[in-house]
Ligand binder design. Sequence first.
Ligand SMILES: Cc1cc2nc3c(=O)[nH]c(=O)nc-3n(C[C@H](O)[C@H](O)[C@H](O)COP(=O)(O)OP(=O)(O)OC[C@H]3O[C@@H](n4cnc5c(N)ncnc54)[C@H](O)[C@@H]3O)c2cc1C
Length: 641
Amino acid sequence: MAIQITRRDFMNGIAIGAAGVVLHACGSDIEPAAKISIGTPTAFSPPDSSAYYPPTLTGMRGSHVGSFEVAHDLAWRGEKPSQYETLDEHYDLVVVGAGMSGLAAAYFYRKKMGPEARILLLDNHDDFGGHAKRNEFHQDGRMMLSLGGAQNLETPSSFSKAAGGLMTDIGIDDDFVATMDINTPDNFMLAGKLDADNGVAIPGPDGYVTVGGNWNAVMYGGEGYEEKVRALPLPSSEQDILIDFFGGQRDFLEGLSLSEKWDYVNSVSYNRFLLERVGLNEDTLPIMNAIILHLSGFSGWHLTVLEAVGNGASGIKAMGWLGKAAASVGEVFLESLLEVRMFPDGNASVARLLVQKLIPGVAPDMKGPEDVAIARFDYTALDKDEQATRLRLNSTVVGVREVDGKHVEVDYVQQGKPLRVTADHSVLACYNVLIPHLCPEMPERQKEGLRYGVKTPFVYANVQLENGRAFSELGATMFQCPYDPFQWVSTAPSMTVGGYEPPRGPDDPMVVFMMNSPMTITTSDEQGSGRDQLRMGRHKIYATPFASYEQDIREQLQSLLGKHGFNHERDIRAITVNRIPHGYSYPYLALDDPKWEEGQAPHEIGRAQFGRISIANTDSEAIALMDAAFDAAWRAVKEQT
Ligand SMILES: Cc1cc2nc3c(=O)[nH]c(=O)nc-3n(C[C@H](O)[C@H](O)[C@H](O)COP(=O)(O)OP(=O)(O)OC[C@H]3O[C@@H](n4cnc5c(N)ncnc54)[C@H](O)[C@@H]3O)c2cc1C
């Protein structure tokens, strides 16, 4: 099985280029060493006080200190406590992991077994939602929201019956999805607004050159692309090639028959194609890779030409008849397929809606999706004795085993304390790779399947600025910075969905949202498999301290905004770095992975029911999408009920 390019992915890739803008230059004048460190994390306190509110914590978030050490001791050294205090708590279901899949598993189970069903969710982080986390900032009486991870609802109209039913149950029905679109401004690209202003910023001999227009459209030969390419600080020979490539003037697979072309696009890496057939210089690869780095998590060294194009890379017009046929199909279906919707805190709002359904006391006055973004959650309500459903944070599970075929024991460590609870059933909605360590009794073949995939690492940062004046001068709400640490930079979500009031104008404080992929793009990255590269990226993320990210952020923003009066020392109020070492689920790569028979792919073998234990999470579907998390939960709950 190769990387799954669903029709959805493929069309999204094309769609991103189908749109029009203005962006101005930026200069780089920061001193190399930034001086102030303002992201010092707030000290941890357990959720027994109303002050406990993780969304507002700054500094290193995501995989924060305290969340991963116990699991790493287990996975790397096989170490875990030898004795546990057995709590007087027996549940119908214990769910490991309170991301979208774990929350959905609890929801489906409760729906099926009734509201009295006793359910415990355990998560190793200090907040729920897994990848779907929320970053919240406050200034001058205004709340600003941004994405701490998973961003948007992708084509909710195509969700399965189970996933779609869950969405309707929590209030995100067709009508609400339609209002989300209406309440999203046309200049916010990440929420699927393809005509939004977006540009590219590239360092040149005299500082940064920022090219406006709709850069994504330029890469597909959109209006004015020749002029825009000529403005880039690249040698004219390189510009000539890009113009031919973007515009589709030449067939770069010329000389190959149609079947040879098909073989080529399915067996050669995108970057090799760019170097050998298109003739680009290696130095230009980052420009061509910036899109796929974030949409797929891989550089062009690990995706075939077809996979890259299916994930948004430019080139569809440059493959002669093959590409033109695909592009024309894309245009026909574009409108009906492209359906991206976003809450101002991304899919964290969906997690909040689910949590409030399970435990209404967390936000008793919240009505639903219409005010989910502004509701303050009471974390002290998550884990109360009297509740049928409880959500316990800061709790890393280290063992799950069936005892005498009658029940399961679940061992976990909370704040250094080894604890044990029992349950009739357990759903593991955590990471596949950890499961063999949690359940060493599983058959070897199943454990091998679970160990196969590697998750894609990312870093999402949010930077609170004193005001939006300098950013507003750029003339675009988002741009790619292929040569910078954070390859995508955008304003934070600006929709009025969920009751949210985004900044009203440049004088209001604002949040800048910055996305980093730790994958690199030199030819040496061709060495090793995609999974090797993912492991290296993950290592890089764990090894990078907050201070380095802060330095990068300050330098990059100063380069971008300095010309417009920005001073990082004066204008940055807070930085939140969301470290996501275990990100997208592994999708399989045509260049690395065999074509598995139906039912024989590692994730399919790995997700087999193991007595009273079932496996949810997106790894078990090998698809990094929220609806896949829901589908996995549905399957796991069906197995156990
Ligand atoms: C940066 C990023 C952006 C994304 N954007 C989108 C998007 O726009 N749209 C979309 O549909 N999808 C997106 N995704 C995909 C996202 O992975 C899924 O949508 C979904 O949120 C995954 O849910 P999950 O529950 O399977 O996994 P996770 O969110 O990873 O949740 C698993 C939870 O289990 C916890 N856990 C692990 N081990 C243990 C243990 N031993 N004990 C206790 N807890 C444990 C983890 O820490 C985590 O909290 C994005 C993913 C990433 C990383």
